[in-house]
Write a protein that binds this ligand. Structure first.
Ligand code: PRT
Ligand code: ZN
Length: 284
């Protein structure tokens, strides 16, 4: 049985559980008890605060965990990133009041910076020969400049809305973060490693399908070359004959973001009966 540490509630929770569900791993009603075994896969979930996940994996309380890369880098525990999971994307940035005339990184020399990520910030400042006073705050870091507690902040930004509503502006993007699968410093016993390999394989299949759609359409044979040129092939499209030999059926995988751009061109080329289907897994 492999034990995975997962955030019990918060921004990582929903997408972590969705990933696990899409990987075909099922649970009896998850009642947020601390430890929940799966009913169809040899894994159990340990629900923790995200701050405790790197430590639990480093010490072997859990075998693996899912947590933001920002926490992994800040906590400095002996863990390895096994897989990038592609959700909860955000960045760690320096921000200052909108009213200040920012002159570059040197501006921070001698200034006071509020943050919940002192280690990452200290390393960045050291590497850039900036001497600043780091003020550690847990939560609501963005209000610090407005109440005169600091000159700037170093915090997580995703949409940037929080900065705007606090009259702040992002001046330096320091680190990109996303949810990652982490493992401990030591090799796992063979049985656990086998389960882990299967899990990584399934997560990859789910991740690879993300944002992709399966496209089917009927195309007059005389337009086939035009249609093939429009389709941004993962590989070449599948072409199947139809009862009416002047027509064929064309199948392809596209990115959802390309759909509206492509569909108009396909119709102009003579494609009809265009169907778009969801893809939940892709196994190469
Ligand atoms: O209770 P627990 O300790 O488990 O949770 P937590 O409160 O420490 O963390 P939580 O649930 O807030 O975030 C978990 C992880 O989500 C973080 O460690 C990041 O890896 C990731 N993440 C992604 C974010 C954001 N996006 C994010 N926007 N974490 C926090 N924010 C904050 C940001 O600091 C800002 O104050 O959300 C606010 C809104 O951001 P904007 O830029 O969209 O306005
Ligand atoms: Zn936390």
């Amino acid at each position: 049985m492999l034990r995975i540490a997962v955030q019990s509630k918060g921004r990582l929770y929903d997408e972590t559980m969705e990933l696990i569900a899409k990987a075909g791993i099922k649970f009896q009603a998850v009642k947020r008890t601390l430890l929940v075994p799966s009913r169809n896969f040899p894994i159990e979930i340990l629900f923790l605060r995200d701050d405790d996940i790197p430590d639990s994996v480093a010490t072997g309380t859990a075998d693996i965990g899912i947590v933001g890369l920002n926490e992994v880098l800040e906590k400095r525990q002996r863990v390895n990133v096994l897989q990038e999971l592609g959700f909860s994307r955000c960045r760690l940035s320096l921000a200052i009041s909108r009213d200040i005339d920012y002159t570059g990184l040197q501006w921070f020399n001698g200034k006071k910076i509020a943050t919940s990520y002192p280690r990452i910030l200290k390393e960045f400042l050291n590497n850039n020969n900036i001497t600043a006073d780091i003020h550690i705050i847990n939560g609501s870091v963005e209000i610090a400049p407005g109440i005169g507690l600091a000159d700037g902040i170093f915090d997580i930004v995703s949409s940037g809305g929080t900065l705007v509503s606090n009259n702040l502006i992002e001046v330096e993007k320091i680190i990109e973060s996303q949810a990652v699968l982490i493992g401990g410093p030591d090799n796992l016993p063979a049985d656990k490693q086998t389960i882990l390999n299967e899990l990584i394989f399934r997560f990859k299949a789910v991740k690879d399908a993300d944002g992709k759609k399966y496209l089917l359409m009927n195309v007059p044979r005389k337009s086939l070359n035009d249609v093939i040129k429009i389709l941004p092939g993962m590989k070449s499209p599948t072409i199947l004959p139809l009862a009416d030999e002047n027509w064929c059926s064309v199948h392809s995988v596209i990115r959802e973001s390309q759909f509206w751009e492509i569909v108009t061109k396909l119709k102009i080329s003579g494609a009809e009966g265009i169907l778009v289907l969801d893809i939940t897994k892709m196994v190469p």
